[in-house]
Design a protein around this ligand. Structure first.
Ligand code: GLC
Ligand code: CA
Length: 554
């Protein structure tokens, strides 16, 4: 296989529990995914990333793995997995798994054995610290509370960056690292093409367990502070690369936050970078600095700024993976498009901005039909532990229960975790007669794959046009690999850029609800895409309608 085979590919993220239920038990499964491979192929997808499908107690929806070698029975069997990999291969598609090795589940055999006795050899697989004076440090867990959990009846604490049922693995221990690499290679031997690497920045620790000055009433401090003082992760990731990815010419995309310029170099720079790519989360952090409950819809200028800044910083170093949403975020169209402007035209405009950037576009399941945020009736309908925690935070900040609820449900991870709407039957063609595991009021039951497949003007068919353009024999290379340069940067409401290699392609979007006129520097050769149904030629002077996107060769 060619090195860097993944460059210029289109990726798609599947959240297995909510994609497609093949046996009508209300839970998505592997056979459901295999059933839909042709659908994905037709959409133009090459790489399919599966959120965890490993054995798990599902406290954090599978990001708490209790057996890395087994498929959880709710998703099917190990044979189903082999079949999925084989069927993908037949279609020239690649299966990428989720590598969750910062932590495992407290139900994992290693942790269970570690609990048996202080002398257990498995103690050293985790961070257990004796601390008679209370928790060894005051770091706030991502899901709320202290990162240290006390073992009942002792002075011993164990460390968890996330939920207390997700103990962090001790990356200092060479044996742990060896076991992780062996497991990864076992999956490579089975035919997976790579991994998305979960929460990897958290494997580094400040092993002095320093107490920092608190930033809130809870006496704790945000994880960012200790991460700044943690030991470097490059040696670990370099070793992982040499022991695994390199041997299998794998695709590895990292979930990385707050990386320094220096880190960026070893992460994605050069031929021997530890990862193939990292996600660009810049736009997903806009207006969230002060917590979920202080979120306001980003302006077009903020979106533009974040996109341009991401390319300016990353493109000279390596390849980013672009997203508008994932399983940890609300639906992109609901988050970035003002509510009053949310329609098929604005959704297509946003899709154009996102899909033709430089990097590997990751479409999240349901995004391709324009699925919107959920309407939640009450807190009981929320499953996600992180939403429940943010709700508590809002209440502590003085919000009333109603306003706290309204605020956190806008950002809740559950917005994107509801079943894909395949058709408009009672359970959306996701399951037949069994109520799906996650289900509440869907505001737009009409947003379905079935309705959009035959409608030329649908969001789904527009996504297909985007992926076809991405692979166009004349312009594809330029869009996949060409340079990214901002256009009309100063023009308010316009998000435009140029892609250049052997061709010049301009991607121009009027991301606002009013018309705008602009003038191109060069004559147009060809109109490659337009989200308005328009006849005729364009000259260098262009009048763009509200949320109009055009893609031009010039
Ligand atoms: C990552 C995952 C998220 C999970 C967390 C802990 O951020 O994307 O879903 O909760 O890691 O594993
Ligand atoms: Ca099922």
């Amino acid at each position: 296989m060619e090195k860097n085979w993944w460059k210029g590919k289109v990726a798609y993220q599947i959240y297995p529990k909510s994609f497609k239920d093949s046996n009508d038990d209300g839970i998505g499964d592997l056979k459901g995914i295999t059933e839909k491979l042709d659908y994905l192929k037709d959409l133009g997808v090459d790489i399919v990333w599966l959120s965890p499908m490993f054995k798990s107690p599902f406290v954090d929806q599978g990001y708490d793995i209790s057996d890395y070698y087994a498929v959880d029975p709710i998703f099917g069997t190990d044979q189903d997995m082999d079949e999925l990999i084989a069927e993908a291969k037949k279609r020239d598609m690649y299966i990428v798994l989720d590598l969750v090795v910062n932590h495992c589940s407290d139900q994992h055999e290693w942790f269970q054995k570690a609990l048996e006795s202080p002398d257990s050899e498995y103690r050293d697989y985790f961070y257990f610290v004796d601390s008679p004076d209370g928790p060894p440090s005051n770091w706030r867990s991502y899901f709320g509370g202290n990162m240290w959990e006390k073992l009942p009846g002792t002075d011993t604490y164990y460390f968890h960056s996330f939920h207390k049922t997700q103990p962090d693995l001790n990356w200092q221990n060479p044996l742990v690292r060896r076991k992780i690499y062996d497991m990864m290679n076992w999956w490579f031997e089975k035919g997976v093409a790579g991994f998305r690497i979960d929460a990897i920045i958290n494997i580094k620790k400040d092993l002095n367990w320093t107490n920092y000055k608190t930033d809130n009433k809870d006496g704790l401090v945000t994880p960012e502070v200790f991460l700044e003082n943690a030991q470097p992760i490059e040696p670990f990731l370099r070793e992982m690369y040499e022991e695994t990815f390199k041997k299998y010419n794998a695709f590895a995309v990292g979930e990385v936050f707050n990386e320094s310029d220096e880190d960026l170099q070893f992460l994605i720079g050069g031929e021997d970078s530890v990862f193939s790519s990292i996600f660009d989360f810049k736009q997903s952090t806009i207006n969230l600095e002060d917590g979920w409950h202080n979120f306001t819809t980003p302006t077009s200028e903020q979106i533009k700024e974040s996109i341009f800044a991401a390319h300016k910083r990353n493109d000279p170093v390596g390849v980013i993976s672009t997203i508008i949403e994932n399983h940890d975020q609300p639906r992109g169209v609901s988050r970035y498009i003002p509510e009053a402007d949310l329609n098929d035209t604005s959704k297509k405009a946003f899709a154009t901005v996102f899909m033709l950037r430089k990097g590997i576009p990751f479409i999240y399941q349901g995004q391709e039909i324009g699925m919107e945020n959920q309407v939640f009736g009450s807190l009981e309908e929320i499953d996600d532990i992180s939403t429940l925690n943010e709700y508590e935070v809002a209440i502590k900040d003085g919000y009333s229960p109603v306003s706290a609820f309204n605020a956190v449900t806008k950002i809740s991870r559950d917005n994107a975790r509801t079943p894909v709407q395949w058709d408009d039957s009672l359970y959306f063609g996701f399951s037949e007669t069994t109520r799906p595991w996650m289900f509440s009021q869907q505001p737009n039951r009409s947003i379905t794959v079935a309705a959009q497949l035959d409608d030329e003007a649908s969001v789904l068919n527009y996504y297909k046009r985007l992926t076809r353009l991405y692979k166009n024999p004349v312009y594809g290379k330029t869009i996949q690999l060409g340079e990214f340069n901002p256009l009309f940067e100063e023009m308010e409401g316009v998000i435009a850029y140029e892609r250049t290699l052997d061709k010049n392609v301009a991607v121009i979007t009027n991301f606002q609800n009013s018309e705008v006129g602009l003038e191109l520097a060069k004559p147009i050769v060809e109109i490659l895409l337009n989200n308005y149904d328009e006849e005729g030629e364009l000259d260098q002077k262009i009048a763009l309608k509200p949320y109009q996107s055009i893609v031009l060769a010039y």
